[in-house]
Design a protein around this ligand. Structure first.
Ligand code: AMP
Length: 113
């Protein structure tokens, strides 16, 4: 998608702090971290959000889940972490390219809203 920020990051047109990449997904550090470790895992294929991700092949969906586990291990998040995928206006999604936040490196709040 020509005007998509995350498509440009995946293509290397906008710099990012890459932590992981495979055939289907790309992961990098969030520019405005909300936890000591805050990583975004994005699908290389452009879909707007998790509701639209059902159009992706199963192997692409599985790759994102697998990437989360690998990143958590590489970042030594042995005490745990949280994943979040904001979808649409009510969830305050600000970049319309499906991504999953990985948050950790501290005791997170019990509340999730
Ligand atoms: P969301 O609001 O769930 O769509 O999340 C979008 C995330 O992208 C936010 O946490 C932003 O801080 C992050 N973000 C925006 N621009 C960049 C960028 N250039 N590099 C890394 N993260 C970014």
């Amino acid at each position: 998608m020509p005007d998509c920020l995350f498509c440009k990051i995946i293509a290397g047109q906008i710099p990012s702090q890459k932590v992981y990449e495979d055939e289907f997904c790309y992961a990098f550090r969030d520019i405005a971290p909300q936890a000591p470790i805050h990583i975004l895992v994005v699908s290389k294929a452009h879909v707007a959000n998790i509701a639209e991700a059902s159009s992706l092949p199963d192997e692409a969906l599985a790759a994102v889940i697998r990437a989360i586990g690998r990143i958590a291990q590489a970042e030594k998040m042995d005490n745990g972490f949280r994943i979040v995928s904001n979808c649409g206006k009510d969830a305050c999604q600000s970049v319309n390219h499906w991504h999953i936040h990985i948050l950790g490196g501290k005791q997170l709040s019990e509340r999730m809203d």
